[in-house]
Design a protein around this ligand. Structure first.
Ligand SMILES: C[S@@+](CC[C@H](N)C(=O)[O-])C[C@H]1O[C@@H](n2cnc3c(N)ncnc32)[C@H](O)[C@@H]1O
Length: 202
């Protein structure tokens, strides 16, 4: 599979817009989820590990799952994440992991997966009973957030009602939405949501 982030990886963290977005999502995530030091967490579409870095100090281990070797190479080179963040270069929609997690987090990766319902089904299968999900991505947008030539972009943001109904269909409850950040591009505001949800407790 071609690495669509090969050319972006090296300068990913140098972008002020990316860092500010990650800080906005990371701060909201830490306010929303009560992380604890025994927890195993998956960061889906972890990229260079910006979100993993927010969560790692508060949990036992973060598993940074991504299909881009180039993005994960940037993560692996960060001394502050070593020993706490393990990388897995795998498409869990095609090859699920033989492991379950207490929490799955994700920032700005949902719009890169075509079949959102299948993704949520996989999330449910990768969570322990009572496990939590916290996902951040674009709210429905005008289609101009990404340049027209961008590959691997399947959604122009998401309608919260659709996300809510897909989460319910895949067994999630206690669904909470909040707009946690706004990205400004060419004078247009692009709101970013954080949705959290939970599987039923045993
Ligand atoms: C916009 S980047 C966001 C990276 C990081 N979460 C951040 O906020 O900086 C999207 C990431 O999702 C990854 N991705 C796309 N499809 C994926 C899939 N099916 N499984 C895992 N990662 C995927 C890409 O390789 C990329 O690193």
């Amino acid at each position: 599979m071609a690495d669509l982030f090969q050319d972006k990886a090296q300068n990913w963290d140098a972008q002020e817009r990316v860092r500010s977005l990650s800080n906005g999502i990371g701060t909201a995530l830490l306010n929303r989820i009560a992380f604890s030091e025994s927890m195993q967490v998956m960061d889906f579409g972890a990229g260079t590990g910006l979100l993993s870095g927010h969560v790692a100090p508060y949990v036992a281990q973060v598993f940074a799952v991504d299909t881009s070797p180039a993005m994960l190479a940037q993560l692996k080179a960060k001394p502050g994440l070593q020993g706490k963040v393990e990388t897995l270069c795998q498409n869990i929609l095609e090859t699920p992991l033989n492991q379950t997690f207490d929490v799955i987090v994700s920032a700005m990766a949902l719009h890169h997966v075509e079949d959102t319902s299948h993704l949520f089904q996989q999330f449910a299968q990768h969570l322990k009973p009572g496990g939590q999900l916290a996902l951040a991505d674009l709210e429905s947008e005008d289609g101009n957030f990404h340049p027209p030539e961008a590959e691997g972009v399947f959604h122009a943001g998401f309608d919260p009602q659709l996300i809510q109904s897909l989460l319910k269909q895949n067994g999630f409850e206690q669904i909470v939405f909040e707009t946690v950040h706004t990205v400004f591009k060419s004078g247009v505001a692009y709101p970013i949501f954080l949705v959290s949800a939970q599987l039923p407790k045993p």
